[in-house]
Design a protein around this ligand. Structure first.
Ligand code: EPU
Length: 421
């Protein structure tokens, strides 16, 4: 498995372009199953998760062409049983459930895996499919959902910790071809849900309210092909902003939408990180000293769980006590023990709260990436730490950050990939 070798202590400087959003492109690729016609998706990041989703769609019979920045999909003749092993390996693949059910009346999907961040149930996805008339059962490790005809309904999708992003995507994708009107209440408001709604609308779907907690969908008999540009990756943008601040560098982040990272910018401001918002750009400067902050992760527009680990890395550099409360996922503190190897002082209380006693200098060490965003936090800490940090198992990073070693290298970071044969 590849590792990332980082020689810390160099401030990041220069300009970086943000790629298309991983978490937008995955459901959009799945949505192409809803039509026999060709869909072209542009501004697609070159990520292993995207290639993986391509393999899953191909295993269902779709023609998939992935080229530099573009995915072309044609699902003329497909079947409803996804490849067990492929689907099991990627959590995002659960979003083929809705489109398969809508298109074929049957979907067989192995129980999804993905990052090691809690149990990640799919009960809300199934609640939604059942509300539309689907009948679900678990058989041989597969979730099998069947329906004679999907019929629109009122569906409350709020769960234990609030809305579900991919659950909302799944129900939306099933409802676009259902008979009559579906109203999703407590829908996820994430920009990726809005991007999916934009894609579906350009295929001919009738959707209103995406981006708010109530989404209304009037089913149509069929959808057609389309061309779509994916939104920029807000989590990548936030990661670079934090990396610039942490290294006390000065970078310009281009091609992002600042309104998608409002909560992160608010916390950076509170922490004393100077930045200027531009039109589709953000300039971040590292301050000499930061202030500690308290962060609680929330559904959009709150502070994203996908930036929690990176923020923690920044807080380890800040004199004083910062508190981070993770409210979306259980067990999303895998980075804590690895940050400790670099010298960070962090205590976990009650499973969901991390207390960070910041300000101790970090020093490089071999660390293990455990999930995508935990890996990003280790990279940020490694960029600051004195000496060499060896981040092992970076396939997690390659799932979600396009060419991160190259992008950091262009900003002056001393980062190299060690390929293991
Ligand atoms: N949940 C349930 N039942 C369900 C579905 C979710 O209880 O049926 C719970 C989850 O266990 C969790 C909460 O609801 O506690 C929110 O989970 P959600 O369903 O919103 O997460 P997701 O849709 O599976 C997406 C992103 C994640 C991101 C979350 C939250 C993709 C492919 N994944 O996951 O991204 O953290 O939304 O914003 O879109 C990442 O990119 O690193 C990543 C993990």
């Amino acid at each position: 498995m590849d590792s990332l070798l980082i020689e810390g202590g160099v401030p990041l400087r220069g300009e970086v372009d943000i790629s298309g959003a991983k978490n937008a492109v995955l459901p959009i690729m799945a949505a192409a199953l809803l039509t026999e016609e060709t869909c072209v998706i542009r501004n697609v990041p070159n990520l292993s998760d995207v290639r993986f989703m391509g393999r899953i769609l191909a295993s269902l019979g779709a023609e998939v062409k992935i080229e530099e920045g573009t995915v072309q999909l044609r699902a003329a003749r497909i079947h409803g049983r996804g490849d067990y092993e492929l689907i099991r390996k990627m959590r995002g693949s659960v979003c083929i459930l809705g489109p398969l059910l809508a298109r074929l009346g049957v979907a067989e999907v192995s129980l999804p895996g993905g990052c090691v961040i809690g149990s990640r149930p799919i009960d809300l996805h199934l609640k939604g499919m059942e509300a539309l008339g689907g009948v679900a059962e678990i058989k041989g490790g597969y979730v099998v959902v069947r329906v004679g005809e999907l019929v629109g309904n009122q569906i409350f999708l709020g769960g234990r910790v609030g809305p579900t992003v991919l659950g909302t995507a799944n129900v939306m994708m099933a409802a676009v071809l259902a008979r009559g009107r579906t109203v999703i209440e407590s829908a996820a408001c994430e920009p990726e849900v809005v991007d999916l709604a934009t894609f579906l609308s350009s295929m001919g779907a009738k959707i209103s309210g995406a981006g708010s907690p109530t989404i209304e969908i009037d089913g149509v008999p069929a959808l057609g092909g389309t061309t779509h540009d994916v939104i920029p990756d807000r989590i990548e943008a936030a990661t670079f902003a934090i990396a610039a601040a942490a290294t006390r560098g000065e970078i310009e982040i281009r091609g992002l939408r600042c309104e998608h990272i409002g909560a992160v910018l608010d916390k950076l401001k509170e922490a004393g990180v100077p930045f200027q918002r531009g039109e589709g750009s953000l300039r971040v400067n590292g301050a000499d000293a930061f202030r500690p902050v308290d962060v609680t992760t929330q559904p959009f527009a709150g502070f994203p769980t996908d930036v929690q680990a990176q923020m923690m890395a920044l807080m380890t550099l800040t004199d004083g006590i910062s508190v981070i409360t993770e409210r979306i996922f259980e067990s999303r503190f895998m980075h804590v023990s690895e940050l400790a190897r670099l010298g960070a002082e962090i205590a976990i209380e009650g499973g969901a709260t991390a207390i960070i006693k910041g300000g101790r200098p970090l020093s490089g060490a071999p660390v293990m990436a455990s999930d995508l965003r935990a890996s990003a936090a280790l990279v940020i800490a490694g960029l600051v730490a004195d000496g060499r940090t060896d981040v092992k198992r970076i396939y997690h990073l390659d799932r979600g950050y396009e060419r991160i070693d190259e992008k950091l290298g262009k900003l002056g970071g001393r980062v190299s990939r060690l390929r293991e044969t």
